[in-house]
Design a protein around this ligand. Structure first.
Ligand code: PLP
Length: 393
């Protein structure tokens, strides 16, 4: 069966040009980039080229790019480095809608004695900026906020926040894992101190990430070892993946310049509008104005997201739900709960995330297949029946 892949915020396919760029570095050019011989030196030169390609995508200088193993490592390294660099400060700030790579880290750090602030969001997923700014004190070591939310695609005003946080002399980190390649990023303009990226969200392979570290930012490495990455991240480089990420960054820039994400947004909007039109009681989770061009989180009230996913799966359609199956019970995601999405909507929330590979016929397939699925599930739903009875009484 043909796969219709609308789960690109989970991971993306490796671009064929990225794969092509990587392959020789598994076989022909396997030298260690740290070696003294020219065979290894050639690989080191390619890594440097990849560093320049990634730097260009985010407006950084090449030596501000540190290659890591993933977005999670980049996030963890950034937060731990800020805390270690300011040992007299014990307060750390983030939002209530972060990815587990930040959320769970902050919760773990709270258990180790850090004072944490989780800034709330409103019903549209927009950050409460007053709570954020009021929380900052001389004790604050770092503020970490995602640039774009992985579930809803809602973006935070990172440029403004970065400026205000830095005016207070506080380190600012942003998790831009979902943002890179989808909207333009410019670290020079936004002034962030640290920023995390992940290769597998932008058509590079899994197992490669980036931490951008602004020149002059206090830092201590998480992975202590060899002199790789100028001593900022020890461990022999994941050469092929780094080279792949460099190529992916170059391609992402080209697609952004060519307006590819305008086409992606058009497809996403068509999907959203048609489903809202054809399926009653469908809501969009999150602010539609400040949002990634590829993401929509749709709540189909009174049905279970997992059931929708299973039935979409029968047609080869891949998406994801706003619930996480934890300890046997289906809990709506912490993001939707933080936004105050009602129980009946949060449970039936589905995220569709597109990419530059998504086609019109794929969107048409979802528009055709999904409405009868929801209708069938609602026929079986006692919540839906009650809601209908209440509506007519
Ligand atoms: N941050 C965000 C916003 C994400 O969406 C993800 C992955 O889904 C991560 C961090 C973690 O990235 P990685 O899978 O590379 O560790």
């Amino acid at each position: 069966m043909q796969v219709t892949y609308l789960d690109n915020n989970a991971t993306t396919r490796v671009d064929p040009q990225v794969l092509e760029a990587m392959l020789p570095y598994f076989s022909d050019y396997y030298g260690n980039p740290s070696s003294m011989h020219a065979f290894g030196g050639g690989v080191a030169a390619k890594i440097q080229h990849a560093r320049e390609q990634v730097a260009r995508l985010i407006g950084a200088a090449p030596d501000e790019i540190i290659f890591t193993s993933c977005g999670t490592e980049s996030n963890g390294t950034a937060i731990r480095a800020a805390i270690e660099s300011y040992p007299n400060r014990r307060h750390i700030v983030t939002s209530r809608v972060e990815h587990p790579a930040i959320k769970n880290l902050f919760e773990a750090l709270a258990k180790k004695g850090c004072r944490t602030t989780f800034v709330p969001v409103d019903r549209e997923g927009r950050l409460d900026l007053d709570v954020l700014y009021d929380s900052l004190t001389e004790d604050t070591a770092v503020v970490s906020l995602m640039w774009a939310n992985n579930e809803t695609g809602v973006t935070f005003p990172i440029e403004e926040i970065s400026r205000k946080v830095k005016e207070r002399g506080i380190v600012f980190h942003t998790d831009a894992v979902q943002t890179a390649g989808k909207i333009p990023l410019d670290v020079a303009r936004t002034g962030v101190d640290m920023l995390s990226l992940s290769g597998h969200k932008l058509h590079a392979p899994k197992g490669i990430g980036v931490l951008y570290l602004r020149k002059g930012t206090r830092f201590s490495p998480f992975m202590i070892g060899g002199h790789q990455e100028k001593g900022r991240r020890g461990g022999t480089e994941n050469t092929a993946a780094i080279i792949g990420l460099g190529k992916a960054a170059e391609l992402a820039q080209q697609h952004l310049d060519a307006g590819a994400y305008k086409c992606v947004a058009d497809l996403r909007d068509r999907l959203e509008q048609e489903l809202i039109k054809r399926v009653p009681n469908t809501l969009v989770n999150g602010d539609r104005a400040d949002r990634l061009p590829n993401t929509t989180s749709l709540a189909f009230e009174y049905v279970e997201g997992e059931s929708i996913l299973l039935m979409l799966n029968e047609h080869g359609i891949c998406a994801s739900s706003g619930s996480a199956c934890t300890s046997g019970s289906l809990e709506p995601s912490h993001v939707l709960r933080a936004m105050g999405v009602p129980f009946t909507a949060a449970h039936g929330s589905i995220r569709f995330s597109l990419s530059r590979y998504t086609t019109g016929p794929e969107i048409d397939l979802v528009i055709e297949k999904l409405p009868p699925i929801i209708a069938r599930l609602r026929e079986m739903s006692p919540f839906w029946k009650n809601a209908r009875l209440e509506a007519v009484s």
